[in-house]
Design a protein around this ligand. Structure first.
Ligand SMILES: Nc1ncnc2c1ncn2[C@@H]1O[C@H](COP(=O)(O)OP(=O)(O)OP(=O)(O)O)[C@@H](O)[C@H]1O
Ligand SMILES: CC(C)(CO)[C@@H](O)C(=O)NCCC(=O)O
Length: 403
C-alpha cells in the first residue's frame, strides 16, 4: 500500500506512533507485536471485526478506535455510520444484542487505543445479518472478515455472494485460546471462582489470579462441548468432547416445557426442583450408599422418576427445566473431571455461552469439581464466556489462515 499522508487515516496514525516510539527508543506496547502487525506490514483496513459463527450463536467483536475519524471522504463517512450504528444501539434488528457489560475500553490493538464491543445474534439469523451488513455499507469497506467456528466454512459462499466479503478462516480452538489469553491480560477481573457454591447465603464470586495459567483444562460449553488440555500459549490439544452440551439443554428444555428461548429455559429452571424428576441414591437405598461414598442426595438416575405416570402428572415445567439443566451440567462436570485426572490438571476453566446468565450451572460445576476431586481440582470461570473465539479472530491478521 502506498504511504499515506492523510491525518485521519489508520496508516498515518500507526506510522506516527512507530516514529514516536523509535524516537523515544521505547518498544511499542506488547499487543502490537503480538497481534499480527509485523514491522513493515500494513494493518487490515478499518473497520476491524472478528467473528465466531457457532452452531447456535454468532459472535461479532468490533474494535472502535479512539482517534481515527478525521477528514472527509466516503470511506470515513461509512466508518462513522458503522461506528454510530454499532455503539449507540444495544440491540440490532429482532435478535442481535450487544453485551454492554462486557465492553472493554482502552485496549491497545495494532498500536491503536480503542474499545472492544461484544455482539451476538442467533446463527439462524445470518441472512438478516448479511442484509444489515449491506445496508450499513460494510460491504463497501470490508473485503475480508476474520472468522472462525463451523459457520466460517458453512457460510463462506453466502458471504461472497450476498456481500462480496471473503472470510479469512481460523481454527476455532486456536482462536479460542488466543482470545482467552488476550482478554485475561487486558481485563484484571476476568477470572473468578465460586466460593461456598452450595450455600446460597454464603456463595460468592471471587476474583482469581490467572496470571500464571498453565497448565489447565479448558472446557468450552457451546452447542456441543470441546475439552482442551492447554500446556502453554502455543501448546493445546483437544482431548475430548461431548455432543451433550448447551444445544442439548436448550433443545430438550424446549421439547419438555414448551419454552422458546434460552433465557426462558434458565428462568424456569431457577424455580424448579430436579428431585421431583430424578431418582436419587436415597430413593434406591433409603439413605447413603456408604461403602462407595455415594451420599443419599446424589442423583443416581437422571429423569429416573419419569417412568411413573403418577410422578409425571405431578412434575411442573420448572422441575423439568431444572432436571434438564442438572443432567447436562453434571454430565459435563463428570467428563471434565475425568479428563483433568487423566492429564494431571488441577485447574479446569469453563467457558462458552451455556454459562451465560447461568449461575446454577456454574455453581453445580464448582461443587462437583471440588467434591469429586476431594478439593484437589478447581473450577474457574471467565467473564467474557462465549466471546474468546471471536476475539482470537480480531487479533489474527491473515496469518495461519485455513484455506
Ligand atoms: N440467547 C441465546 N440463544 C441461544 N442459546 C443461548 C443463548 N444464550 C446462551 N445460550 C446457550 O449457549 C449455547 C451456545 O453457546 P456458544 O455460543 O458458546 O456455542 P456455539 O458457538 O453456538 O456452538 P458450537 O461451538 O458447538 O458450534 C446454546 O446452546 C445455549 O445453551
Ligand atoms: C463440533 C464442535 C467442535 C463445533 O464447535 C462442537 O460442537 C463440539 O465439540 N461438539 C462435540 C463433539 C464431540 O466430541 O462429541
Amino acid at each position: 500500500m502506498a504511504p499515506h499522508s492523510c491525518k485521519g487515516c489508520l496508516h498515518y496514525i500507526i506510522a506516527k506512533r512507530k516514529k514516536m516510539s523509535e524516537l523515544e527508543n521505547k518498544p511499542l506496547p506488547m499487543e502490537v507485536e503480538q497481534n499480527g502487525l509485523q514491522n513493515g506490514s500494513d494493518p487490515p483496513s478499518m473497520p476491524w471485526f472478528g467473528m465466531d459463527i457457532g452452531g447456535t450463536l454468532s459472535k461479532l467483536v468490533y474494535f472502535e478506535p479512539k482517534d481515527i475519524m478525521q477528514g472527509e471522504s466516503e470511506e470515513i463517512d461509512i466508518l462513522k455510520n458503522i461506528r454510530k450504528y454499532l455503539t449507540k444501539n444495544s440491540s440490532y434488528g429482532k435478535s442481535g444484542h450487544r453485551d454492554t457489560h462486557l465492553q472493554m475500553d482502552n485496549v491497545v490493538l495494532r498500536g491503536l487505543v480503542g474499545t472492544i464491543h461484544f455482539i451476538r445474534f442467533p446463527t439462524s439469523a445470518m441472512k438478516n445479518f448479511l442484509n444489515l451488513a449491506n445496508q450499513k455499507g460494510m460491504a463497501k469497506l470490508v473485503t475480508t472478515v476474520s472468522a472462525t467456528g463451523g459457520g466460517a466454512f458453512k457460510f463462506e459462499e453466502d458471504f461472497k455472494r450476498e456481500v462480496n466479503m471473503k472470510l479469512a478462516k481460523y481454527d476455532e480452538l486456536e482462536a479460542l485460546l488466543k482470545g482467552l489469553i488476550f482478554i485475561d491480560k487486558n481485563s484484571p477481573t476476568e477470572c473468578y471462582y465460586w466460593s461456598n457454591p452450595t450455600d446460597d447465603t454464603k456463595c460468592a464470586k471471587v476474583n482469581y489470579d490467572f496470571s500464571k495459567p498453565y497448565p489447565f483444562l479448558l472446557v468450552n460449553i457451546g452447542s456441543g462441548v470441546s475439552i482442551l488440555s492447554v500446556k502453554s500459549a502455543t501448546e493445546c490439544k483437544r482431548v475430548s468432547g461431548t455432543s451433550l452440551g448447551g444445544g442439548t439443554f436448550l433443545g430438550l428444555c424446549c421439547l419438555l416445557t414448551g419454552c422458546n428461548t434460552f433465557e426462558e429455559a434458565i428462568s424456569l429452571a431457577a424455580d424448579g426442583d430436579h428431585t421431583h424428576v430424578d431418582k436419587l441414591v436415597k430413593d434406591i437405598y433409603g439413605g447413603d450408599y456408604a461403602k462407595f461414598g455415594l451420599p443419599g442426595d446424589l442423583v443416581a438416575s437422571s429423569f429416573g422418576q419419569m417412568n411413573s405416570r403418577d410422578r409425571r402428572s405431578k412434575v411442573s415445567r420448572q422441575d423439568l427445566a431444572r432436571a434438564t439443566l442438572v443432567t447436562i451440567t453434571n454430565n459435563i462436570g463428570s467428563i471434565a473431571r475425568m479428563c483433568a485426572m487423566q492429564h494431571s490438571l488441577e485447574r479446569v476453566v469453563f467457558i462458552g455461552n451455556f454459562l451465560r446468565v447461568n449461575p446454577i450451572a456454574m455453581k453445580l460445576l464448582a461443587y462437583a469439581m471440588d467434591y469429586w476431586s476431594n478439593g484437589s481440582m478447581k473450577a474457574l470461570f471467565l467473564e467474557h464466556e462465549g466471546y474468546f473465539g471471536a476475539v482470537g479472530c480480531l487479533l489474527q491478521y491473515h496469518d495461519n489462515i485455513i484455506r
